[in-house]
Design a protein around this ligand. Structure first.
Ligand SMILES: Cc1ncc(COP(=O)(O)O)c(C=O)c1O
Length: 376
């Protein structure tokens, strides 16, 4: 039985009817940019996260650039970021004319290594630090990283594109963030009907600056006290996200069930399937298996043969991307990020994946590992 890597069409029974009604209303009222749906969404995201302010924007990459601008990063400033992340984290630094320095990860949680972060801070005295909550969980040392940055008065920008509804000790991951961002790209845990994103802020003042930067630096309609750009959220995206939020608990619970089942099955088989740190509740964004890099092609070849979708998130570290060449200011470690990119395989996880699909993935992945000589 083929199983796709992701299926975005597992809508709840009444979802598409509700969406058709909502789309008609938005069209009739021409609520195409911002508007009541965007305001309602921001309010709901604020309540869900306990952030002081949430500002919707055009996409997760803009959210990062808005956050960097809001904490004062500009031309020539050094910004630290993890070597294992999506390219947008690196791009955001370059796009605000700052200098990126990559920092390696800790293989236990696949997030930025807190010891190397300290070394990088001492070496570079950065203007800001960025971390990414990769795969749907966070660093086991997140509290420590936040305190370190606070003590040194270095703004910490958290790329939470993949971290919607991740919980740490029962609280939203965004609750204690100085500033964090999210992407609502359709394939995310909470995905829109196009591109959009948001910034979670620890103060209303920061939220106001971000809102202004994302709306041409406006103070009045034709009065501009800042140079920003247009990164406003669309009305359809906001309405679609509001509708998805009505079902999000069930969607996330079904994802968490899949990753938990994989973990249980793979642990028994002796396959390395990475778990979130203690005290954290993942959102089931991605499943992360690590295999011997020399045998990965055999494993993925078998998955392909049997119609099982998979991802390689991500196939290269930031410092090794061809586009990094003219911009990379320094690289602190990087061997672990390379190791991750050479050994990672992401198995299918999406909302409402059926039990028989999950069992099929487990069985075919087991066969693939045997074929590669990685399991008896
Ligand atoms: C870690 C990370 N950062 C940033 C982004 C960028 O978000 P967007 O595609 O909405 O611009 C993504 C999206 O894939 C991401 O996964």
């Amino acid at each position: 039985m083929p199983v796709p890597f992701i299926d975005l069409q597992r809508f709840e029974a009444d979802f598409l009817t509700r969406w058709a009604e909502k789309s008609a209303e938005i069209s009739a009222k021409t609520m195409f940019v911002g508007g009541p749906e965007a305001n309602r969404l921001e309010q709901r995201l604020m309540e869900r996260s306990s952030a002081a302010s949430v500002v919707g924007c055009a996409n997760g990459t803009d959210a990062l650039q808005l956050a960097l601008r809001a904490v004062g990063v500009g031309a020539g400033d050094v910004v630290l970021l993890p070597d294992a992340t999506f390219w947008a984290t690196f791009e955001a630094v370059v796009n605000v004319a700052a200098k990126p320095v990559t920092v390696d990860i800790d293989m236990r949680d696949l997030q930025m290594d807190a010891n190397l972060l300290l070394q990088a801070i001492e070496k570079h005295q950065p203007k800001a630090v960025m971390i990414t909550h990769l795969y749907g969980w966070a660093s086991a040392r997140l509290a420590e990283i936040r305190s370190l940055c606070r003590e040194r008065e270095i703004p910490l920008v958290e790329d939470g594109a993949q971290a919607f509804d991740v919980e740490i000790n029962g609280d939203s991951i965004f609750k204690d963030a100085h500033v964090a961002t999210i992407s609502f790209y359709p394939a995310k845990v909470l995905g829109a009907c196009g591109d959009s994103g948001a910034v979670y802020c620890s103060s209303e003042e920061m939220g106001n600056i971000i809102r202004q930067l994302g709306n041409h630096g406006r103070s009045t309609h034709y009065g501009h006290t800042l140079v920003g750009w247009n990164s406003r959220m669309g009305g359809f995206d906001a309405a679609y996200l509001n509708l998805c939020l009505d079902y999000i608990d069930e969607r996330i619970e079904s994802r968490r069930k899949v990753t938990a089942r994989y973990r249980d099955a793979f642990e028994k088989m002796g396959v390395c399937h990475v778990a979130p740190p203690a005290g954290q509740k993942e959102n089931g964004y991605l499943s992360v298996a690590l295999v011997d890099p020399d045998k990965r092609d055999v494993v993925t070849g078998h998955l392909k043969e049997k119609g099982i979708g998979f991802g390689i998130v991500y196939p290269g570290s930031m410092s090794n991307q061809p586009g990094a060449a003219g911009f990379l200011h320094d690289r602190i470690g990087g061997e672990k990020s390379d190791q991750l990119s050479q050994s990672v395989i992401n198995l299918p996880v999406f909302a409402y994946m059926r039990d028989e699909e999950v069992e099929e993935v487990i069985s075919v992945f087991g066969e693939a590992m045997k074929k590669a000589g990685l399991l008896k």
